[in-house]
Design a protein around this ligand. Structure first.
Ligand SMILES: [Ca+2]
Length: 239
């Protein structure tokens, strides 16, 4: 009788050890399974975005909105991207919905960034877009846009889209939309309004993204109705 009791206790204990080991194995499998694919099967790197000097000469912001993200002076955290990712928009051709009032479209991808007027491309009032042709389909990890950042300024109805269709009629992915009143007709944007700084604004897709063309919309700013660009960078790799 005693032997039987001892034996069944031992079996129970071994059963518990076995269950614990199985749980750990399942957990390890789940952790491995849940790891992001980028780190699981390919090398990544930290994206190094060279920033221009900030501006200390402009006027403070004269605009408030419940949709406006608070100003942050903190340096943006670096993001992890697939190894070999670089600014594939550099020196690529730029087209636009309209001719600039000031500057030339090639300045938007010429790699030169600063707050002075000499860096500025100004498009007329109203909803306008600029479009970059990456010349072939690319995997796209992120996009940064610098509008005019001499003073604290908020641009309206910012929509950032990627497509393989140069007309943006089919196969369009929108990765940012703060057009909350749906002025542009792409649906009510859920993203916040933000204040321009020397860091530009980084737009990251929520899912894997590829495309040949990048189109950026805006619709004036809190100082005037014009649309401005200093530079747009697209971080990617050719497919
Ligand atoms: Ca530029």
């Amino acid at each position: 009788m005693l032997n039987t009791k001892v034996k069944s206790w031992s079996l129970g204990r071994w059963a518990s050890v076995g269950t614990a080991a199985m749980c750990m194995a399942v957990l390890a499998f789940a952790m491995g399974y849940m790891a992001p694919p980028a780190s699981a099967d390919e090398e990544t790197m930290e994206l190094d975005i060279e920033l221009p000097d900030p501006s200390y000469v402009g006027s403070p912001l004269n605009y408030t909105s419940p949709r406006l993200e608070p100003m942050s002076w903190r340096k943006r955290d670096p993001i992890e991207v697939p190894a070999g990712t670089e600014n594939v928009a550099l020196d690529k051709e730029v087209t636009a919905s309209v001719e600039p009032r000031m500057g030339t479209l090639d300045q938007i991808t010429n790699g030169e960034i600063g707050y002075a007027d000499e860096y500025l491309v100004e498009l007329p009032a109203g909803p306008q877009w600029v479009q970059i042709d990456l010349e072939q389909e690319h995997e796209i990890s992120a996009i940064t846009a610098w509008h005019f950042f001499e003073s604290e300024r908020v641009y309206f109805d910012i929509v950032v889209q990627v497509s393989n269709d140069p007309e943006f009629e089919e196969d369009v992915t929108t990765i940012f939309n703060n057009d909350y009143a749906n002025e542009l007709g792409f649906g009510e944007g859920e993203d916040p309004e933000y204040i321009e700084t020397h860091q530009g604004r980084l737009f990251e897709p929520e899912e894997d993204l590829s495309g040949r063309y990048v189109r950026l919309w805006s619709n004036g700013n809190n100082w005037n109705d014009y649309n401005h660009y200093i530079e747009v960078q697209v971080y990617g790799r050719p497919l």
